[in-house]
Ligand binder design. Structure first.
Ligand code: FES
Length: 165
């Protein structure tokens, strides 16, 4: 899903954010602080906000984009109410995490890196989450699921389907 921030609806939030950014000019580490604040305030760091950061802090857009896509805490689109992360680190990958990811995508009708149009589900391919002994691993909101099989993937979503009904 292509996401674009509604500038009119978010005008007040953007003005507040711009004021905050102005206080960060020239400070060391200001890009990470700016990104954290944006993620918190807008639920993601869309291109409109990246442009404001770039203009205010004098950081190239390519660098901002690189940082957002490197750190999993930042997203380009708002996460779904139910956010699935599938680890694609080496230990998980060799144990079939690619197939696990495809199963989630098929089951939820959302591709990795996207959020469903109704805002219910989002999926993300992540780096190692530090639970390699449980490979292959996924996370669904705050819960971690390990030793995933096809059946376990289906089971991991049961709780959230019930919540969303
Ligand atoms: S590689 Fe998946 S948890 Fe470490």
């Amino acid at each position: 899903m292509a996401f674009s921030l509604d500038l009119e609806k978010n005008r007040e939030k953007i003005e507040e954010y711009q004021e905050f950014l102005n206080t960060q000019k020239g400070k060391p580490g200001n890009l990470m602080i700016a990104l954290h604040k944006a993620q918190q305030k807008f639920g993601c760091v869309p291109s409109e906000i990246q442009q404001i950061i770039s203009d205010t802090l004098r950081v190239p857009l390519s660098e901002i984009y690189g940082v957002i896509t490197f750190y999993s805490q930042f997203t380009l689109v708002p996460k779904g109410k139910c956010h699935v992360g599938v680890c694609m680190g080496t230990a998980c990958y060799v144990k079939g995490s690619k197939q696990i990811l495809e199963q989630y995508e098929e089951m939820l009708g959302v591709k990795a890196g996207e959020t469903s149009a109704d805002g219910q589900y989002s999926i993300e391919a992540t780096r190692c989450i530090g639970a390699c002994g449980l490979a292959p691993v996924s996370s669904v909101n705050e819960d971690i699921y390990g030793h995933l099989t096809k059946d376990a993937v289906t089971a991991s979503m049961k709780k959230y389907e019930e919540v969303s009904e």
